[in-house]
Structure formats: C-alpha cells, structure tokens
Design a protein around this ligand. Structure first.
Ligand SMILES: *[C@@H]1O[C@H](CO)[C@@H](O)[C@H](O)[C@H]1NC(C)=O
Ligand SMILES: *[C@@H]1O[C@H](CO)[C@@H](O)[C@H](O)[C@H]1NC(C)=O
Ligand SMILES: *[C@@H]1O[C@H](CO)[C@@H](O)[C@H](O)[C@H]1NC(C)=O
Ligand SMILES: *[C@@H]1O[C@H](CO)[C@@H](O)[C@H](O)[C@H]1NC(C)=O
Ligand SMILES: *[C@@H]1O[C@H](CO)[C@@H](O)[C@H](O)[C@H]1NC(C)=O
Ligand SMILES: *[C@@H]1O[C@H](CO)[C@@H](O)[C@H](O)[C@H]1NC(C)=O
Ligand SMILES: *[C@@H]1O[C@H](CO)[C@@H](O)[C@H](O)[C@H]1NC(C)=O
Ligand SMILES: *[C@@H]1O[C@H](CO)[C@@H](O)[C@H](O)[C@H]1NC(C)=O
Ligand SMILES: *[C@@H]1O[C@H](CO)[C@@H](O)[C@H](O)[C@H]1NC(C)=O
Ligand SMILES: *[C@@H]1O[C@H](CO)[C@@H](O)[C@H](O)[C@H]1NC(C)=O
Ligand SMILES: *[C@@H]1O[C@H](CO)[C@@H](O)[C@H](O)[C@H]1NC(C)=O
Ligand SMILES: *[C@@H]1O[C@H](CO)[C@@H](O)[C@H](O)[C@H]1NC(C)=O
Length: 619
C-alpha cells in the first residue's frame, strides 16, 4: 500500500517535471513576445532619455523583451525588469544615459526591478512618481547623478526589498526618515554619501525599528550625528551588515548591537564614539568583520577583550582608540583572523609569543603603541594551524613607533610572505640580519630610527620588488656599494642618512632604479658629486647634507633638478659659482638649501640658511 502510493507520487512528480521541461524549453525556443502596451511605454521612456552613445541601439524591433536591459515575464510577456546600469563607470568614455525619466514608466504594471546606477542624470531630482511603481522590489539609483531632496513618495513602495540611493557626494538629502516607515519589506538599504544631516541618531533608530526584515544597512558618510540611542525593544533583529562609518556620531556603542545575533559585519569606524567597547561583541556568534577604528576615545583593556569569544572574526580594526593593558598570552580562539590592527592605542607590555597562534593572519599592525621589552624569541604555534611555520600568510607586519629593544628575531626572517615590514622607531639593536635579503616579496622595509649596528647586508640587493628602503638614523657602518642595489629595479625611496656609511660606486655605474626620493645625509659620498645621479630623471627630493662632497656642482645636476621639490646639499665643501641665472623651469615649490659650503653667488645677508636662495637670485 505504502509502496504503491510512493510510486504514484513519483509518477505525478515525473509528470510535473515533464510539463515543466516542455514549458521551459518552449520558452527558450520561442522567445516571449513583448506586450504592445509595454512596447509603447518603453518607446516613450526611451524618447525622454539622452543616449548620446547609442546604448539603446537594440531598442528598435517590435519585441521589446529582446532589447538591451529589458526582462520580461516568461509566461505573461510583461516587462518585469529594466537594468540600464552603466557597467564601466570608471571609464569616462563609457556611454552613460542622461535626460529625463518619463512618468510613462508607471504604466509598466509588473515592473519589479529598476536599475539606473552609474549613469549621469545631470543633477535632476529623483522623480516623485517612482513612488507609484508599487510593484517594485529592487530600485538602484546609485551614483546616477540625481540631486536634491529624496522624494518621500518612495515610502509608498511597500514591496521594495532593496533600495540603493548612494550619492556621488552629498548631492541627495532627506528632511526626515518618516517615509522609510512605509518600506515594510525592505531588506537592503544603501544611502552612502546621502546628506542625512537633518536626521539625528534617534530618528535613525526609530526608522530602523519599522524595518523588521532589514538585513543590510549601509549609511557611510551621511553626516549622521548625535547619540545612537538604545530603545527598549528592537524590531530590526535580522541585521547582518551594519555600516555607519564616517559619520559624526558622538555616542557610546549602543547596547542593542550585542543583542542582534545575526550580525556578521559591523563598521562604525571614523566617528566620535567613546566609552567601553562592549565585551558582548566578542560573543556575537557570526561576527566576522568589526571595524571601530579612528574613533579616538573607545576604551578597552586588551587582555580582557581578547580573553574569550571572537570565534568567527576575520577582520578586526580597533586602531586609533584608547585600548590599554597588555596583549594576551592566549589567542587560540582567533584562528580565523586575517587582519588585526591595534595601531595608535596605548597598549603596553611585550609582544607575546602567542601572536604565532594567529595562523591565518595576513596583516598585523601594532604600530604606535607603548610596547616594550624584546620581541619574542620564538612564536607559539597551535596544532590546528595548517602550516608548520608560524604566521605563514603574514604580508603586513608593523610594530613601528614603540619602545621595543633587542635583536631582530629569527622567526621574523622566516615570514616568507612578507610584503610590508615596519620595525622603525624602536630601540632595536644588533645587526640587520643577512637573511632579510631572502624575503623575496618585500616591497617596503622600514628600519629607521633604531640602534641597529654593523653593515648593510649585500643580500638586500636581492630584493627585486623592494620600492621603499628606510634605514636612516641607526648606528650602521661600512661600505655601501653597487652590490647593495643589484636587483633593486623597483626602488623609489631610499633613505639612509644619519649612519656612518661610506658610499662607493664607480663613475660608470648606472643604477637599476629610478628614485623619487633620496636621503644620503651624513654618508661619505664624495669627494666628487655622484655621477650615477645623472640617470635619475624622476627624482624629486635629494638630501646630501654633510656628505663630504668637494668641488664643483656639475651642470647636469641642474638639468635633472627641474622636477625637484627639495634639494639639501648643505654642509659640504662645494665650490664655484652657481649658474646665473639658475634655470627658470624649477618647480615653484622648490626648497633649496646650499648653506655651509664654499659657493659664490649666494646672497650675502642670508648667511647660514640660504633656503630658497636660488629662486631669490633668479629675480
Ligand atoms: C524565465 O527565463 C529565465 C531565462 O531563460 C530563467 O532563468 C527563469 O528561471 C525563467 N523563469 C520561469 C518562472 O520560468
Ligand atoms: C559616465 O559616468 C561616470 C560616472 O558615473 C563618469 O565618470 C563618466 O565621465 C561618464 N561618461 C560620460 C561619457 O558622461
Ligand atoms: C505616496 O507618498 C506620498 C508622500 O509620502 C503621499 O503624499 C502620497 O499620497 C502617496 N501616494 C500613494 C499613491 O500612496
Ligand atoms: C547598485 O548597483 C551598483 C552598481 O551597478 C552595485 O555595485 C550595487 O551593489 C547595487 N546595489 C544594490 C543594493 O544591489
Ligand atoms: C516594531 O514594528 C511594528 C510594526 O512592524 C510597530 O508597530 C512597532 O511600533 C515597532 N516597534 C518599535 C519599538 O518601534
Ligand atoms: C538586549 O539583551 C539584554 C539581555 O540579553 C536585555 O536585557 C536588553 O533589554 C536587550 N536590549 C534590547 C534593546 O533589546
Ligand atoms: C574557544 O572556542 C571554543 C570553541 O569555539 C570554546 O569551546 C572555548 O570555550 C573557547 N575558549 C575560550 C577561552 O574562549
Ligand atoms: C609608556 O609607558 C611608560 C612606562 O610604562 C609610561 O611612563 C609612559 O607614559 C607611557 N607612554 C605612553 C605614550 O603611554
Ligand atoms: C610572493 O608574491 C607572489 C605574487 O604576489 C605570490 O604568488 C607568492 O606566493 C609570494 N611568495 C610567498 C613566499 O608568499
Ligand atoms: C653592536 O652593538 C652591540 C651592543 O649593542 C655590540 O656588542 C656589538 O659589538 C656592536 N657590533 C658592531 C658590529 O659594532
Ligand atoms: C670602491 O670600489 C672600487 C671598485 O668598484 C674599488 O676599487 C675601490 O677600492 C673602492 N674604494 C674604497 C675606498 O674601498
Ligand atoms: C638641510 O639639512 C640640515 C641638516 O639635516 C637641516 O638642518 C636643514 O634644516 C635642512 N634644510 C632645509 C631647508 O630643510
């Protein structure tokens, strides 16, 4: 009995499937015909638009269902979607639509989706009649050049699930959010860069409380201000994404945030939030992105904040706040973390070996804190990390501007993925390890302002992707030769002043790089002016202060100087007259310091500080 009914059921199922396949196939084979009335409506809509680049060239034949951007219902043939978004918004030659949006659109009785994003409607207002397209479920007017008041009529769109009114830059504004109350089906609301300065935090939360289905809210850079209130009950408990970044909220973090267990993405960075970071955030079961950076006044004790929870977190940015206390010796539950920035806080104590437990980390920024002690001798690992090496994916590591001392540890030289390494402005000592030269992906190496001694390892010349090399203000000594630069073809900025280097390159040396900025102050560079500089046609800043240069400044130096904004060759023994007049095509913003030399032709009265003297001479 049972079996027979099962059989019958599956036969019925088969039949349904067959009918479905037949229907579907016929729909594919014979294109649906557009309704004559919709055809007429769209022709009128087209006539209102300015289409200088013929984007709508396909809007000709009788079947409007085949036109570019038009979608019809498979069964009724009614137009259900108009998608005329500009797919290449950044290419300025791209065809954009402008002109007028005709009210005839109201005749499309089945229209569910309208996308005009990234066109250039030359600051016309959003038409009020869009509020009468009551069948709409999706409306995207993002970056489409509309300006002025967002018509409250949009609040009549009670079936709307997704509304994107992102503005090019405060071109759109609202007077209040009462109209939003009507959007009872809304799931996604995006109004980035819409001017909401007439709305206080209170109005915002009241409006949100009318949107029980809201899952994504993007209100970045909307000039929102004031407190974010905590109402006694919450309706918007399905929120997944909350972006209130770059507003002017002066507020505690509202307690309700930790009650919305669906939250995955929270961004309230760049506001004026203050007070304690609620510990409940770490218990949000799905939270993978939290950015509370640049609020200046959020407080948390580090050891407590990281003690528990954060099970799903991938990106955590708490930079530019008032975090204090020590980093925890336990990070085991943050193994999903790929990005951690705690820079510009008041964190103290040592960097614990437990950072090694963060095995998926791509970025670790602990710069600008009050970290002390030596770097850990080794890093802890945990068993559920896929790699045997600690921090195998770390590309960005920054601990600059702390008070860390001791030697550069061995584990750091094994972080093969490193692209950006900033150890600058600490108290690190000992040599620059030779094996730093095997971190093949390094593009940024900042070691400035430490107490490193010994020589500059030749191996650095192997870093073929290196663009920024900063080793100034250490206690480095020895010869710097062509070998140090043999593969540095990408080098743009080289700062090596305030050490005791001697630079030795042959007269024929043509460096592999084209520098933009060069600081060799207090390097023994002379006696003669370095001829290799001749090849540096893009250079903008040169500092050869106290570089033991003797003799004449070659004429070619003035030829390559025309792009330069800063030249400091003070404190040498350069002699001779300056070219007079000095080339007129100098950058008007040029700072030129030739003081403390033996040059003739500088004006008498300025003596020691002949800054900008060349320009004065010229007049
Ligand atoms: C209508 O056709 C489109 C494209 O051929 C297809 O993706 C969609 O599932 C169809 N809808 C129905 C209801 O058959
Ligand atoms: C198209 O719009 C984009 C911005 O949305 C703009 O940068 C571009 O200049 C426009 N192109 C034309 C031809 O107007
Ligand atoms: C639509 O909304 C506006 C303003 O909120 C209102 O004046 C108007 O009566 C509404 N129209 C319809 C058809 O509901
Ligand atoms: C609106 O369109 C733009 C670009 O065409 C897209 O990036 C954005 O995600 C859309 N908004 C919504 C809410 O779908
Ligand atoms: C929650 O939403 C309902 C309608 O969905 C509304 O009547 C009620 O006032 C809302 N609650 C609050 C606190 O705004
Ligand atoms: C948040 O949850 C706490 C307890 O879990 C409750 O006391 C509080 O009223 C809730 N807040 C809101 C706004 O729902
Ligand atoms: C770490 O996470 C596990 C599972 O997610 C949990 O059972 C454990 O209590 C957490 N430990 C701490 C210290 O948070
Ligand atoms: C750093 O820590 C030292 C000693 O703990 C303290 O004296 C100093 O004020 C702190 N500096 C900052 C900027 O917090
Ligand atoms: C270096 O960078 C390249 C290109 O980005 C990447 O494919 C490679 O895996 C990186 N090497 C290491 C050791 O991470
Ligand atoms: C570097 O400095 C340390 C002391 O910090 C000293 O013991 C060592 O000899 C110095 N090395 C060189 C090469 O000067
Ligand atoms: C500079 O390098 C050249 C070889 O390029 C070498 O002959 C010369 O002795 C070096 N000068 C000094 C002072 O070491
Ligand atoms: C040139 O460098 C010297 C030494 O570092 C410095 O004192 C002077 O201010 C610099 N000149 C300019 C114009 O910056």
């Amino acid at each position: 009995m049972r079996e027979t009914s099962m059989e019958n059921m599956s036969q019925v199922g088969l039949l349904i499937m067959l009918v479905y396949i037949l229907l579907f196939a016929s729909n594919n084979a014979v294109a649906i015909e557009c309704l004559a009335s919709d055809h007429e409506t769209l022709m009128d809509f087209k006539n209102g638009l300015e289409d200088s680049h013929n984007l709508l060239s396909s809007w000709r034949n009788t079947n409007c269902c085949q036109w570019h951007g038009i979608y019809c219902d498979n069964v009724t043939g009614a137009v259900v979607a108009i998608d005329l978004h500009n797919p290449h918004p950044v290419q300025s030659l791209q065809s954009n639509l402008s002109g007028e949006i005709r009210p005839s659109l109201m005749k499309l009785k089945s229209l569910r989706s309208l996308d005009l994003s990234f066109n250039t409607f030359k600051r016309i207002p959003i038409p009020k009649f869009l509020g009468s397209l009551v069948t709409l479920q999706y409306l995207n007017l993002s970056n489409a050049g509309f300006a002025g008041l967002i018509p409250p009529h949009l609040g009549n769109l009670s079936h709307l699930q997704s509304l994107d009114l992102t503005s090019d830059g405060y071109d759109l504004y609202v007077e209040n959010l009462q109209w939003v109350y009507g959007l009872v089906s809304l799931k996604h609301l995006t109004m980035d860069r819409v001017d909401l300065s007439l709305i206080a935090g209170t109005d915002l939360v009241s409006a949100l409380n009318q949107l029980p289905f809201l899952t994504k809210l993007h209100l970045s850079s909307c000039k929102l201000f004031g407190q974010i209130p905590s109402p006694s009950s919450l309706n918007f408990t399905s929120l997944v994404v909350l972006d209130l970044s770059s507003n002017n909220f002066v507020s505690n973090i509202p307690d309700w945030l930790v009650n919305i267990s669906t939250l995955q993405h929270i961004d309230i960075s760049i506001n004026d939030l203050y007070g304690k970071i609620p510990l409940g955030l770490r218990d949000l079961p799905k939270l993978n992105y939290l950015n509370l950076g640049a609020n200046e006044n959020l407080i948390a004790r580090c050891s407590q904040l990281f003690m528990n929870g954060w099970g799903k977190i991938q990106k955590l940015d708490l930079s530019y706040n008032k975090l204090h206390g020590r980093l925890p010796s336990y990070f085991e539950n943050l193994t999903s973390l790929t990005y951690l920035s705690l820079s510009f806080n008041d964190i103290e104590g040592v960097i614990p070996s437990s950072i090694g437990q963060l095995c998926n980390l791509n970025t670790l920024d602990l710069s600008q804190n009050n970290l002390t002690g030596t770097l850990p001798k080794f890093l802890q690992r945990i068993n559920n990390c896929p790699s045997k090496m600690p921090l195998p994916n770390l590309e960005i590591f920054s601990i600059g501007y702390n008070q860390l001392h001791g030697k550069i540890p061995y584990w750091l030289l094994q972080l093969e993925s490193l692209v950006y390494l900033d150890l600058g402005h600490n108290l690190l000592e000992g040599p620059i390890p030779v094996s730093l030269g095997s971190l093949q992906n390094l593009t940024f190496l900042q070691l400035e302002g430490n107490k490193l001694n010994g020589t500059l390892p030749n191996s650095l010349g192997q870093l073929s992707k290196l663009a920024f090399l900063y080793v100034s203000s250490n206690q480095l000594t020895g010869m710097v030769t062509e070998d140090h630069f043999s593969k540095l073809s990408k080098l743009k900025i080289l700062l090596m002043s305030e050490n005791s280097f001697t630079f030795n390159a042959s007269v024929n040396w043509i460096p592999p790089f084209q520098l933009q900025s060069l600081d060799m102050g207090s390097c023994a560079l002379g006696p003669s002016f370095p001829t290799w500089l001749k090849s540096q046609s893009k250079i903008q800043e040169i500092d050869f202060t106290n570089a033991r240069l003797v003799g004449f400044i070659p004429n070619w130096f003035w030829d390559i100087s025309t792009h330069m904004t800063y030249i400091n060759i003070s404190h040498n023994e350069l002699q001779g007259r300056l070219p007079n007049p000095i080339p007129t095509d100098f950058d008007p913003g040029l700072t030129l310091d030739l003081s403390f030399n033996l040059l003739e032709g500088l004006c008498e009265e300025c003596g020691d500080s002949c800054v900008n003297e060349a320009r004065k001479m010229n007049t």
